[in-house]
Design a protein around this ligand. Structure first.
Ligand code: LLP
Length: 400
């Protein structure tokens, strides 16, 4: 049982707290699920890119799936070996491609023919051969929130099968490209296995048809997406996930890469915020807290449901919205939740906030971003200080 009250008193609120033991368990669960096959768990850094989180995963043996050169730099800085780093993303700039090639990471994951041609040109200029994989869009409905669904042709991600084939043939004939992998990612917060199995089957068939024309790949990257429990979802067991994928790969000698983000860190994290006031407007009850949408955006952006509790209090509950001080009606953490009566300084704990929490925070309303604390072997450690007003204005100039 974590003493959230003590942590809030020590570090102040709003605050993010992460349990590193939980992250370890998640990593090991998934790694074990792929036993018997060569596999690489390339943590999706975007989910929580704190250097301590990434380095904890690096120590466990994880690689890193990055979507900007900044994330690649974070991964390297956190001790992820370069040969376990992947650079994905639909819009890489020239300077990012160049940096990634110079850093000699495992591979660049390409999402269009135009991008491939940029990578080829830059690799030629640098006199290197770029290891690449191609993101295939298998046109599968992942049955998740439309904002985090990526595997349909209507989404901007990847290329269709025919384009992918053309790209592989071109890459295979190029002196400056080396096709080593194939990739798909159909969406995030997946709770159904069937779409993953179907996508894997489609992409594995493509690998076989490439083999037939002597294009031999080494890596089969199944993306991320494993869902977690926010409310009462039935989630996918890592073992079943691995079996569904491996079952489509018979006869193929491939290293499976997966890129989990949320699964690794999502329910290892909590967001703590304190009650400022309560008020009732025409019978509607509001609990106003010191955290806001700028600190934890998921409820506002996706209407995401997070479990909330008033720490140490229960009973006599009535429905209330938990809202922040930002001047937007979309600034809420929970709507119409049964909550006990609260007082000034009561602590509200928002669960499953370890993924896409701090990383999506902003300084909207000139609000410093929260501190982050790690629980490591029974001790708490600050892994990011709370920003100050000076941090917020440091890069600005008054020109008049
Ligand atoms: N690989 C690729 C190519 C991705 O686009 C993503 C997530 C991942 C891996 C990791 O997915 P995960 O295992 O975390 O589901 N901000 C949203 C989630 C956006 C996910 C974007 N891509 C949220 O708060 O729900």
């Amino acid at each position: 049982m974590i003493d959230f009250r003590a942590l809030a008193d020590k570090y102040g609120t709003p605050l993010y707290v992460y349990d590193f033991n939980h992250i370890t368990e998640r990593y090991e669960q998934l790694k074990k699920a792929f036993t018997g096959r060569k596999s690489l768990i390339a943590y999706a850094v975007k989910a929580n890119s704190n250097l301590s989180v990434v380095s904890h995963l690096a120590d466990l043996g994880a690689g890193a799936d990055c979507v900007s050169i900044g994330e690649v730099q974070r991964a390297l800085m956190s001790g992820v070996p370069k040969y376990r780093i992947i650079f994905s993303g639909v819009g890489k700039r020239d300077d990012e491609i160049e940096e990634a090639l110079k850093a000699d990471i495992l591979l660049l994951n390409l999402e269009s023919e135009a991008e491939m041609s940029r990578v080829e040109t830059i690799a030629e200029r640098l006199g290197v051969r770029a290891r690449i994989s191609i993101r295939v869009n298998p046109n599968i409905d992942p049955k998740t929130h439309p904002y985090i669904s990526t595997g349909l042709h209507e989404n901007k991600f990847g290329v269709d099968i025919e384009t992918a084939k053309r790209m592989y043939i071109h890459a295979n004939n190029s002196e400056h490209l080396e096709p080593v992998g194939i990739h798909f990612h159909i969406g995030s917060q997946l709770t159904e296995l069937e779409p993953i199995r179907e996508a894997s089957m489609i992409v594995a068939d493509l690998v076989r048809s490439l083999l037939a024309i002597r294009i031999e790949l080494k890596f089969f990257d199944v993306g991320g997406g494993l869902g977690i429990v926010y409310d009462d979802e039935t989630t996918i067991e890592p073992y079943d996930y691995a079996q569904a994928i491996l079952g489509t790969l018979h006869g193929l000698d491939l290293t499976v890469i997966c890129e989990p983000g949320r699964f690794m860190v999502g329910d290892a994290g909590w967001f703590l915020t304190r009650v400022l006031y309560e008020k009732v407007n025409e019978g509607k009850r509001f609990v106003i807290v010191d955290g806001a949408m700028n600190d934890l955006l998921r409820p506002s952006l996706y209407n995401a449901w997070h479990k909330v509790e008033v720490f140490g209090k229960s009973g006599n509950e009535s429905e209330a919205d938990i809202v922040g001080p930002v001047c937007e009606s979309g600034d809420f953490f929970a709507k119409d939740r049964p909550l006990p009566p609260t007082e000034h300084d009561d602590l509200v704990v928002v669960h499953s906030a370890g993924a896409y929490g701090f990383v999506m925070a902003s300084n909207y309303n000139t609000r410093p971003r929260p501190a982050e604390v790690a629980l490591v072997e029974g001790r708490d450690r600050c892994i990011r200080q709370r920003e100050t007003f000076e941090d917020l204005v440091r890069l600005e100039k008054m020109c008049l």
